[in-house]
Design a protein around this ligand. Structure first.
Ligand SMILES: NC(=O)c1ccc[n+]([C@@H]2O[C@H](COP(=O)([O-])OP(=O)(O)OC[C@H]3O[C@@H](n4cnc5c(N)ncnc54)[C@H](OP(=O)(O)O)[C@@H]3O)[C@@H](O)[C@H]2O)c1
Length: 290
C-alpha cells in the first residue's frame, strides 16, 4: 500500500529521479513552478555562493540565506535572478528562532525544498589558554552545529511525510583529525559528521537522504588567510560541481577533492605518535576573531 502523503509530490518526484547534472541542460526549459527548490545557508560567500550558481545553472529555484541579506540580494539581482528564480532570507543561524522562522517563511513562499544545504560556518583559531577564546568556541559550536540542526529543523517533518528530499551537511576534513589551532573548528566538524550520520540513519526509512559533504581546502575567504600549505586547494566552483553531483545522487558521505579523502583516510589510520610528529611543526590556524 503506498503511504498517504500530506505534502504534494516534490518537483523531483514529478520529474522522476533528481534532475540532470548537465549544466544548463534543463534550466532553460523547466518552468519556474516545476523547478526543484534548494535552500542554502551561507550563500553570501564562498562555497554557498558557488553552490547557488551551480544549482541555478541546472534549473533549480533558490532559497538563499545569510546574515548579509542585502548584499546577498544585490548579488542575486546582479546574476539576473528574478523573484521566481531566487528569494533571499536574512537570518543568523546562531539565532534559532530567526533561522527556524526563515525556514517556515521559505515553505510558505516557495514550498517545501527538495534539498537543504546547511553550509553556513566559521573557522577561527583558538588557544585554550586564552579566556576570550572560550567565547570563540561557543560561537563556533553555535554556528557550525546548533546552526546546522536549526537549519534542518523546519524541513525534516515535511520531507519525511513527503518521503523525499536531501538534507546536506557541510563538514570538513578538519573534523577527521585534530589540527593545531583548530580546537574549536575540528571539534565542531567532527560533531557535524557524527550528527549527520545520526540523522541519516534516522531518516533512512523515510526516503529522505542525508548527505555529508567533507571539503578539503577550497579557495574561499575562509581559507585565504591561512599561513600554511593547503594541499589539493580547489576552486569553489569546481567543488560546487562535485558537490552538486553528490547531492543529486544522494551520496551518504563524500570528501571533495577525492585526493584529500585518501589522505584523510591514511591520517586516520596513523598511530597517534606518528600523527603528532607529522602535524607538530604545522602552522596554527590564526586567532583572527570574526
Ligand atoms: N573553504 C574551505 O576550505 C572549507 C573547508 C572545509 C569546510 N568548509 C566549510 O564550508 C562552509 C562554507 O565555508 P566557506 O569557505 O564558503 O566560507 P566563507 O566564504 O567565509 O562563507 C561563510 C558563509 O557562512 C555565512 N555565515 C557565517 N556565519 C553565519 C551565521 N551565524 N548565520 C548565517 N550565515 C552565516 C556567511 O554569510 P554572512 O556573513 O553573510 O552571514 C557566508 O556566506 C563552512 O561550513 C566551512 O566550515 C570550508
Amino acid at each position: 500500500m503506498p503511504r498517504p502523503r500530506a505534502h504534494p509530490a516534490s518537483a523531483l518526484e514529478r520529474a522522476g529521479p533528481f534532475p540532470s547534472a548537465t549544466p544548463g541542460a534543463q534550466g532553460a526549459e523547466r518552468s519556474a513552478v516545476n523547478a526543484p527548490l534548494v535552500y542554502i545557508t551561507g550563500a553570501s560567500s564562498g562555497i554557498g555562493q558557488a553552490l547557488a550558481l551551480r544549482f541555478r545553472h541546472a534549473g533549480w529555484r533558490l532559497a538563499l540565506v545569510a546574515r548579509r541579506g542585502s548584499e546577498l540580494q544585490a548579488w542575486a539581482d546582479a546574476q539576473g535572478f528574478g523573484v521566481d528564480a531566487a528569494r533571499v532570507y536574512a537570518a543568523d543561524v546562531r539565532d534559532v528562532a530567526a533561522i527556524v522562522a526563515a525556514g517556515h517563511d521559505c515553505v510558505a513562499r516557495q514550498g517545501l525544498p527538495d534539498a537543504v544545504v546547511a553550509n553556513a560556518g566559521i573557522s577561527v583559531g583558538i588557544d585554550t589558554a586564552d579566556f576570550t577564546d572560550l567565547e570563540v568556541m561557543r560561537a563556533t559550536f553555535e554556528t557550525n552545529n546548533l546552526g546546522m540542526a536549526a537549519t534542518f529543523h523546519p524541513f525534516v517533518a515535511g520531507m519525511r511525510q513527503r518521503g523525499s528530499g536531501r538534507l546536506v551537511g557541510i563538514a570538513s576534513v578538519a573534523g577527521i583529525r585534530g589540527l593545531p589551532g583548530h580546537g574549536a573548528y575540528s571539534a565542531s566538524k567532527a560533531a557535524a559528521i557524527s550528527y549527520c550520520e545520526t540523522l541519516r540513519v534516522e531518516c533512512a526509512a523515510s526516503g529522505v537522504k542525508v548527505v555529508t559533504l567533507v571539503p578539503g581546502y577550497i579557495d574561499t575567504p575562509l581559507t585565504r588567510g591561512n599561513p600554511y600549505s593547503m594541499p589539493f586547494l580547489m576552486p569553489a566552483q569546481t567543488f560546487a560541481d562535485r558537490a552538486f553531483e553528490a547531492i543529486v545522487a544522494g551520496t551518504s558521505y563524500r570528501v571533495i577533492p577525492w585526493q584529500m579523502g585518501l589522505l584523510a583516510k591514511l591520517l586516520r589510520l596513523l598511530p597517534n605518535a606518528l600523527y603528532d610528529r607529522a602535524v607538530a611543526g604545522r602552522g596554527r590556524k590564526p586567532r583572527q576573531h570574526r
